[in-house]
Design a binder for this molecule. Structure first.
Ligand SMILES: [Zn+2]
Length: 159
């Protein structure tokens, strides 16, 4: 499910607290983030993106983020979904090559390798598209658990 984006977006800049994942149950680890929350006001549609500087409360490092308007964020999302779909479509003919000559190592390599690469790339692009919030900067688009990460939620009030 796609992330909800609003003109005023409540955003938390989190600093990862643990270097190694904290075990919460068998085979599952958790990463703890602590930080500050602020309300980001996006630029009007058609206006250029704004730059924000936020100081991390944990390490006192100043981080810069670029905030896109709602329309620009939707376009960024759409471009990523289109690219993900294109990768998915590209995987079919690559796998289809295998039917032409299933005995050839070269054809099998191109078919499975290229098809798998196209599917993996499409999956990564779809994951990024689903999390696209129009906030670009340190760790905002990195899947996983970077040192600094942005958490976006609905704006309930200014802090
Ligand atoms: Zn920090």
């Amino acid at each position: 499910m796609a992330l909800t984006i609003e003109r005023e977006q409540r955003t938390t800049l989190g600093h990862r607290q643990n270097f190694v994942g904290r075990s919460v149950s068998y085979g599952t680890v958790a990463w703890d983030y602590r930080g500050r929350t602020w309300v980001v006001e996006r630029p009007e549609d058609g206006e250029p993106a704004r730059r924000y500087s936020v100081k991390c409360l944990v390490c006192a490092k100043t981080l810069s983020y670029t905030v896109h308007s709602l329309a620009a964020t939707r376009r960024r999302r759409a471009r990523r979904w289109i690219a993900a779909f294109a990768c998915l479509v590209a995987a079919f003919p690559l796998y289809g090559l295998i039917a032409l000559d299933p005995g050839s190592v070269l054809v099998l390599s191109i078919g499975f390798g290229g098809g798998g690469l196209a599917l993996a790339t499409g999956g990564c692009l779809a994951f990024v598209a689903g999390g696209e919030a129009g906030l670009v900067g340190h760790g905002s688009a990195v899947p996983g658990y970077p040192k600094h990460k942005l958490f976006v939620s609905k704006a309930e009030g200014r802090r």
